[in-house]
Design a protein around this ligand. Structure first.
Ligand code: GLC
Length: 507
């Protein structure tokens, strides 16, 4: 609906006199102000296509933002083969355009889908995206360059010029670079402000220097903007070029200034520190609600925990573990990669297993870890279960059936699992880093979980043993579990912070 239409609707119903009049004028004022146009650009978003946290954030942040009447929120994504059929069948085809990329022109189809107040656009090119999976192809640089260039080209096609262009991670980084190198010279693009969000500084999008002109279509004289360490570094370029950049927790925003966490970019981060802020992610509390979650064996909430006991029992049965309520069930759901702190687990898990506990790990990743945990479960039948797969349904069963959720990450920009686990009453045990530090607080100080500071296996083991012993105190444990379950991890606060940031950028 156009703004002037909204205004006239209010004018018609405007009564005369008193408080009512004031209220209506106030509403009319909101309506007169044109909506701020926000465009989120990312390589994945729930519920359409997801490989992890980035998708969850783009899906749920856009939804939370769209609840604000002042904002017109849209999202652009590549139309991968993996985009779920159940949505694809309802996509509306808007037309096609030709996208220049270096010396060639590529086809781009545009599809639209509206959901909960957000308009999603899917940009189609079968050569680049009709492949299984999202990433890991030799030409990923070219694929996402096409995507970003298509985002910029599609704006006149849609006659939609956002005030805020909010790009996520390296796959969308080139949008900010195109904006500042090529498009800012066109009138309609001049007022677009760019925000770049780093979800994980480990993945920077590094490419060889010689493809700048040919594949990315950026003139060579702009090379210094992207060049870093003898490569083209898209994350570096986006940090330099955007008006602001953010990361997904306040602690991580501090950490990436330090070489230990920055994967080589600390200099760039420090140089652009004045533009940096950290906003903690939320989770979609409607989707992750043990009271209504259909994947669970039984539903429950913080006031009635009977269902949680059933979930644990059924989970133990399903996984061929001894069905014992009094044995604490410790879970991990994680990508099996080094920064998740798996080396700490490897170092002390066998000592921990001397206590009465069950350990279940679910995830995929590096072959070395997959092999290690598969072997561990063979050596500890009835105590350890390793499931090498990415399985959202099983994840939910695990969150609901577990007592303790282990997340000892070496670095963690935000982390969503510790929040989901808490909401399902699996008390989190985390290392104090990034978003883990900002969302889980030690039980000793009245908090909602267990934490340890240094990246040290024996510190983790010490706290794990403390947790296992507290588990025997039913009353204390239930109180802790309730605290975890009722911690506010919703998007409300965080979406407000993004909005403040957007409005601040528009000043
Ligand atoms: C990345 C980070 C993770 C964060 C997610 C969403 O996957 O590794 O910590 O929660 O992005 O921002």
């Amino acid at each position: 609906m156009k703004t002037d239409q909204i205004t006239s609707a209010f004018v018609e119903i405007q009564p005369s006199g008193g408080a009512l009049k004031e209220k209506t004028t106030e509403r009319a004022k909101i309506a007169i102000e044109p909506k701020k146009k926000i465009l989120l650009v990312a390589s994945e978003a729930t519920p359409f296509v997801s490989t992890g946290g980035l998708a969850e954030v783009v899906g749920s942040l856009s939804k939370a933002l769209a609840r604000d009447e002042r904002l017109d929120v849209r999202v652009m994504l590549p139309l991968y083969q993996d985009v779920k059929r159940e949505f694809r069948k309802d996509f509306r085809y808007l037309g096609s355009l030709s996208v220049p990329l270096g010396w060639r022109n590529q086809y781009c189809g545009v599809f639209e889908y509206r959901k909960e107040g957000v308009i999603f656009y899917f940009l189609d090119n079968e050569y680049y995206f009709k492949r299984p999976g999202l990433y890991g192809y030799y030409d990923d640089g070219e694929r996402f360059a096409f995507f970003c260039r298509a985002v910029m080209e599609v704006l006149p096609f849609l006659n939609f010029y956002p005030e805020i262009l909010h790009c996520h991670d390296w796959q969308a980084a080139l949008c900010t670079l195109y904006l500042k190198t090529i498009y800012c010279f066109r009138r309609e693009y001049q007022f677009i402000r760019a925000l770049f969000t780093v979800h994980n500084i480990e993945y920077q999008g590094k490419f060889s220097l010689d493809i700048l002109e040919d594949l990315f279509g950026i003139p060579n004289y702009f090379r210094p903007l992207l060049e870093y360490d003898r490569c083209l570094n898209l994350m570096k370029g986006a940090i330099e070029c955007s008006e602001r950049f953010s990361t997904v927790s306040p602690s991580y925003a501090g950490e990436i200034k330090d070489p230990f966490y920055s994967c080589g970019l600390d200099q760039i981060v420090r140089r652009n520190e004045h533009k940096l802020c950290g906003i903690l992610n939320g989770i979609d509390c409607t989707s992750y609600d043990p009271k209504t979650d259909k994947a669970l064996f039984e539903n429950y909430d913080a006031n009635d925990l009977h269902g949680k006991a059933v979930c644990k029992e059924e989970l133990q049965r399903m996984l061929n573990l001894p069905v014992k309520a009094e044995t604490p069930l410790v879970a991990m759901i994680t990508r099996l990669v080094a920064h998740k702190g798996l080396d700490l687990v490897k170092e002390v898990i066998e000592q921990a297993l001397r206590s009465d506990m069950q350990f279940v790990i679910l995830g995929t990743g590096d072959r070395g870890y997959e092999g290690y945990f598969t072997d561990l479960s063979r050596r500890y039948p009835g105590k350890v279960v390793s499931i090498i797969s990415f399985n959202p349904d099983l994840s939910r069963k695990l969150y609901s059936g577990a007592d303790l959720f282990l997340m000892p990450s070496k670095s963690e920009p935000c982390g969503l699992s510790q929040m989901i686990a808490s909401r399902y009453g699996a008390v989190a045990l985390v290392r104090e880093t990034g978003g883990l530090k900002d969302s889980i607080f030690p039980v000793g100080a009245g908090g909602n979980g267990f934490t340890f500071r240094d990246f040290c296996a024996h510190d983790m083991l010490y706290v794990l043993n403390e947790a296992l012993s507290l588990y025997r105190d039913k009353e204390a444990w239930t109180a802790l579990m309730r605290r975890a379950m009722t911690t506010d991890f919703s998007w409300e606060n965080s979406a407000r912070k993004y909005k403040d940031l957007y409005f601040d950028m528009l000043k």
